[in-house]
Design a protein around this ligand. Structure first.
Ligand SMILES: O=P(O)(O)O[C@H]1O[C@H](CO)[C@@H](O)[C@H]1O
Ligand SMILES: Nc1nc2[nH]cnc2c(=O)[nH]1
Length: 320
């Protein structure tokens, strides 16, 4: 196990002073985000997974809130509990089981995170997206990132799927990035470009698949934004996001996509619209987002989400 403070659970263990910064201790030097998980530590984690599973995955899947069933359809699955993976954080959110599932889907070698890490859990962004680098060093070429999100675009209904074609990085606007700190060129360049981050070919294929599935009227192509959470948005914030061209809002994915594009992975991402974000002031309880509703909608729509992902992976396999 890595003994460095940075890799440990931020909540620490009872009596474990190493997890708490002492403001009076002038010897503590703040660690830049990019230094939290050096290349060698990521390599160790990747080796542990590849050796333990006997599989070199090509596609990495991140299951959004309530969408853990995307990993349940993986065949010949080898399951790694996050607690048992050296230097891996733990999942603390309901609907995020905290397991890595490695196996095959539609003939492709895949690895899926049944549980992701969020900024609001107390993890720095580089820690939230560290598993994407692990995927890269395991051999992953394609990242499939999924999330539950609130629909801001008035045309979106609960249960619709928004294929992400762009994002607005609100945490980035505020000066926070998983790439902040010295750059390790073994992962990627100092200044990665993010135009065309969301693979157009995969978006087009997903649209074609939605027609075959008969769900094309529930599919949109739009812009996602990640806020820090854990609060859901105020009406004024939702109005501001809408003015900025945001169609769906959540608390994840963007830093994962940044990390994936930095190391040149192809990205496909979608949001399941689990609640409508009303931008009108009202006293209606129905207008308040809540995590139980998010999970219930995700459970209802998991079949369609699984089919979309499976069929898209089958398309990738056909082309390889
Ligand atoms: O983005 P995922 O992990 O799907 O979850 C979304 O749903 C939770 C809030 O209900 C937040 O964690 C938000 O980010
Ligand atoms: N920030 C945010 N995250 C969500 N996740 C699911 N729904 C929502 C929402 O309305 N807002």
């Amino acid at each position: 196990m890595c003994s460095r403070d940075c890799c440990s659970n931020p909540r620490g263990k009872a009596g474990d002073k190493s997890a708490i910064n002492d403001p009076a201790d002038s010897t503590i030097v703040p660690t830049a985000q990019s230094q939290l998980y050096p290349y060698e530590v990521i390599q160790e984690i990747a080796d542990f997974i590849v050796k333990g599973s006997g599989i070199r995955p090509k596609i990495g899947i991140i299951c959004g809130s309530g969408l853990g069933s995307l990993a349940d359809i993986i065949q010949d699955a080898k399951v790694f509990e996050y607690e048992k993976i050296p230097n891996f954080p733990v999942s603390t959110v309901e609907g995020h089981a905290g397991r890595l599932v490695v196996g095959t889907l539609e003939g492709a070698n895949v690895m899926a995170m049944q549980g992701r890490f969020h900024f609001y859990e107390g993890y720095p962004l580089a820690k939230c997206s560290m598993p994407v680098r692990v995927m890269k060093l395991c051999g992953v070429e394609y990242l499939f990132a999924t999330n539950a999100a609130g629909g801001i675009n008035p045309k979106y209904a609960v249960g619709d799927i928004m294929l992400m074609h762009d994002h607005v990085n609100m945490l980035g606007f505020a000066g926070n990035s998983p790439l902040q700190g010295p750059n390790d060129p073994r992962f990627g360049p100092r200044f990665p470009a993010l135009v065309n981050s969301y693979n157009r070919d995969l978006i087009n294929k997903a649209i074609e698949i939605s027609k075959i599935m008969g769900i094309e009227s529930n599919i949109h192509v739009g812009v996602y934004s990640c806020l820090g959470g854990p609060t859901y948005e105020t009406i004024a914030e939702l109005k501001a996001l809408r003015m900025m061209g945001v169609d769906a809002v959540g608390m994840s994915t963007v830093h994962e996509v940044i990390t994936a594009r930095h190391c040149d992975m192809k990205v496909f991402a979608f949001s399941l619209i689990t609640n409508k974000c009303s931008i009108e002031y009202s006293d209606k309880k129905d207008d308040e987002a809540n995590h139980e509703e998010v999970m219930a909608v995700a459970k209802n729509r998991q079949k369609a989400c699984c089919e979309l992902v499976s069929r898209l992976i089958a398309e990738i396999q056909k082309g390889s």
